[in-house]
Design a protein around this ligand. Sequence first.
Ligand SMILES: [Zn+2]
Length: 281
Amino acid sequence: MKTPLLQFTDNGIYCKKANVYLDPWKPVDHAIISHGHADHSRYGHKKYITHHRNVPIIQHRLGEINVTGKEWGETFDVNNVKFSLHPAGHILGSSQIRVEYKGEGKTSILFGYSLGKAQRLLKYLNTDIGEIYTHGAIENMTEVLRPLVDFPKTTLITRETKKEQLLGNIVLAPPSAHGSTWIRKMVPYVTASASGWMTFRGARRRRAIDKGFVLSDHCDWGGLLESIEATGADKIICTHGYTDIFSKYLREQGYDARTEATQYGEEETEAALASKSTASV
Ligand SMILES: [Zn+2]
């Protein structure tokens, strides 16, 4: 049977491949410590790794120890096993410990509109995890914005790009690329979409996306109501999105609200309209 990446032993939770223990209860050579409570931070380990905010806490408890502090999301390697610490929401410096060996061997494809969502994703992406490759539409728009915003490095996918280069890395692509031959050439991959629509149940399933993240360039329900209140407007005309539901709600709140049909829509729809009109010229 294959040895699991983590196993319970008499000393504590053990990662054999790295020869590292997580919050061990008996003295070991190499310990990664999740947080400063006494049941997790024990005496006698030769080396401690923990979040830097936990360093003064465990030094206070344990005195002179050999300890290294890490930042959230910082990946560190022990015998080719990748570890990183992520906030656990317990006490100061408390961490979830991520352990990865040899990765998933897949390309992570993240969908987002080429103007707006893609650049927001770029700002948020943890570049320690892998390199960021882009679809042409996103690369071009990002280049336009680069003088204004400090984005991480991106690499345009070209005909010469081998799919092996992409494995374990991130690809940013516009939603229109979903299901295209361009994407299918990247097998094996996992897909994710960042959209405000992810808040609606079933949106992810309908689009056949593996993972969904809620990320919107627009106000949410609460944000819209706050904005309306802040402007002091008494007449509101709804033009985008769930206009009927929202204007009905506003009328119930005593506003003079109605909808107006416009040609506004999603970025992609605009692009499709533009290309249609070009085609018909
Ligand atoms: Zn605790």
